[in-house]
Write a protein that binds this ligand. Structure first.
Ligand code: ZN
Length: 282
C-alpha cells in the first residue's frame, strides 16, 4: 500500500501547473511557490475540474482514504496485541520452526499455498483447520498469519472471546463505537479465530460472529478457523447458546465459504495409514 501511495503522490507532482488531461493552466495552492528556494516539485496545484481529472482525483482520494483506514486499523490492532499475552506468543510461530512430518507435510503445503494466495489477494475462501489437541493447529495458523503480516497484511488472530473483547471494549478502557469495530473485523485482510468451540459461546457472541462472517463473505475476504470439533460438534457447541437458528446459519455459512484441512497426530507406527488424510472441501 505504501508503494501505491507513493506512486500516487508522484502522479500528483507530475501535474505541475497544467492539467495532464485537458492542458488547462492550474494555479498553485498556498504560498510555497513564492519562496525561491522551494523546489517546483513541492508546489501543489489546484485540481482541474475537467471530467478526466475528476475521475482521476476521485480514485486518488479513495486510495488515500483506504490507506488512512488501514493505518487506523493497524494502530487499533497493535493496541490489542500489546495487551494480549497469548497473541504476542503466537508471533514466535512460523513455517521455519514448524515440524514437518510425513503426517502433516501435505497440510503444511496446502497452508503455505493458501498463505501465498492471501498475500496475492487471490484467496476469497476461508480455511477451517481441524484436528485434536496438540497436533499443531495453532502453530500452523500462526505461521500463516505471520507470513501475511510480514507482507504487510492486516491480521487479527486470537480466541473468539479475546477477539470479541475488542468489540466489547473491555480490552482497553476506550469507547470505540461497536460498529466501528465490526467494520474493522469486516474489512481487514484476515481474521483468524483460534480454537473455536472450546469456549462457551453466548448468544451475543454468536450474533457478532455471524455478522463478521457474513460481512467478510460479502467483502470477499477470507477467514481462518481452527477447531478440534467437526461440523456436527461445532454446531452442538453453538447450540448451547440457545440460539438454534443462528447456530445453523453460522455453520452453514462457514462451511460454505471455507476449505477444510485436518491435522493428525504424528505417530511413527501409523505413518502409512495416516498419510492418507486428504484435503477436504467442505
Ligand atoms: Zn483538466
Amino acid at each position: 500500500m505504501d508503494l501505491e501511495n507513493t506512486k500516487y503522490k508522484n502522479c500528483q507532482k507530475d501535474f505541475h501547473n497544467k492539467c495532464k488531461f485537458c492542458g488547462k493552466e492550474l494555479k498553485p495552492i498556498g504560498l510555497d511557490y513564492l519562496y525561491t528556494n522551494v523546489s517546483s516539485k513541492l508546489i501543489e496545484y489546484e485540481r482541474c475540474t475537467c471530467k478526466e481529472s475528476k475521475v482521476y482525483w476521485k480514485d486518488v482520494d479513495f486510495r488515500i482514504q483506504e490507506q488512512k483506514k488501514r493505518e487506523h486499523y493497524t494502530e487499533m490492532i497493535s493496541q490489542f496485541y500489546s495487551q494480549n499475552y497469548i497473541s504476542k506468543m503466537l508471533k514466535d510461530y512460523n513455517f521455519k520452526n514448524l515440524k514437518v512430518t510425513d503426517i502433516n507435510k501435505k497440510e503444511v503445503a496446502i497452508a503455505k499455498d493458501y498463505a501465498k494466495k492471501c498475500i496475492n489477494d487471490e484467496q476469497e475462501n476461508g480455511l477451517i483447520i481441524t484436528g485434536n489437541s496438540e497436533v499443531g493447529k495453532t502453530h500452523l495458523v500462526a505461521a500463516i498469519s505471520n507470513e501475511l503480516m510480514e507482507k504487510g497484511k492486516i491480521v487479527l488472530m486470537g480466541r473468539l472471546t479475546s477477539l470479541l473483547d475488542i468489540i466489547k471494549g473491555t480490552f482497553k478502557d476506550n469507547s470505540k463505537p461497536e460498529n466501528e469495530l465490526i467494520e474493522l473485523f469486516s474489512n481487514i485482510d484476515m481474521v483468524v479465530i483460534d480454537d473455536l468451540g472450546t469456549e462457551k459461546i453466548s448468544s451475543w457472541a454468536l450474533d457478532k460472529l455471524y455478522t463478521i462472517i457474513e460481512n467478510r463473505n460479502e467483502n470477499k475476504l477470507p477467514i481462518i478457523i481452527t477447531t478440534k470439533f467437526d461440523k456436527e460438534g461445532l454446531l452442538h457447541r453453538f447450540k448451547q447458546s440457545n440460539d438454534k437458528e443462528l447456530s445453523d446459519a453460522i455453520i452453514q455459512k462457514l462451511y460454505q465459504m471455507c476449505y477444510g484441512i485436518e491435522l493428525k497426530r504424528y505417530n511413527k507406527n501409523q505413518k502409512e495409514k495416516a498419510s492418507a488424510s486428504d484435503k477436504i472441501k467442505c
